[in-house]
Ligand binder design. Sequence first.
Ligand code: GDP
Length: 299
Amino acid sequence: FQKLRSGLTKTSSRLSDGITGIFTKKKLDATTLEDLEDLLIQADLGVDTAMRITDTLSKGRYEKGIAPEDVRRVLAEEVERVLAPVAQTLELNASARPHVILVVGVNGAGKTTTIGKLAAKFAADGKKVMLAAGDTFRAAAIDQLKIWGERTGSPVIARDVGADSSGLAYDALKAAREGQYDVLIVDTAGRLQNKQALMDELVKVVRVLRKLDPDAPHDVTLVLDATTGQNAMQQVEVFRERAGVTALIMTKLDGTARGGILVSIASKFAIPVYAIGVGEGVEDLQPFDAAQFAKAIAS
Ligand code: GDP
């Protein structure tokens, strides 16, 4: 929890300092409630959640005055309520060999790093992991995945820059089946300059994987960069509609005061959240726990 808490310091200080500023020696009235609502919306928690929090407070019994701690408690309760249904664990389907995880997201979101961290986690659990360097547009992404492969002892299926990513995904799944791997994690391109081509490519990767296993990919995990704030909402919309996203991982929560965006996304899309990134190290990809997240941002 300490790691999570320190990772979320920027978000929690903004909320906490804001709440202290609004409610120290002040009453709960229309003005302070409006100030609170503004604070919560600016912290990207979303209008719905912000309004529910002020609503709950306005119905509370605070005739004798309200302390910043009271507000933080209501904030934590409401955030946990929104996040609890989406907090899920990435469970490998035991009958799938391999369980295929397709990782999608825009360039720079943290896809490759997250794949490396996931590979490290599965390898530590004794799973046989294979990686596929499906971002065939960027030499750096291929090289970076190879480094993670070496670090985690996982073979990496890669081709040269410019190669067809669906062909590569097919070969990777074939090899993973033959080698009885438990999990295959497929990286993908994330260039948004040509959204249509990117989405077509992702659709094709999925189609080709299904030729070998009708249930593949078992997960389509969208990696989102928390520092992009509201932009992340649009990314969920686009990738969910076009690439059939089944779950999210949000990275770089340590780099932003806008960690509330995860609450907005959960409230709007109800997509499972598997994990969050609060730093660059392997141990910084944490399973997502709603109660702890709520406690961390409201403290
Ligand atoms: P990709 O283009 O989506 O594959 O993104 P990368 O995996 O290359 O990540 C882009 C940058 O973000 C790298 O410098 C990573 O180290 C960094 N990064 C990824 N996740 C996190 C995180 O949770 N916190 C921080 N601070 N940096 C991260």
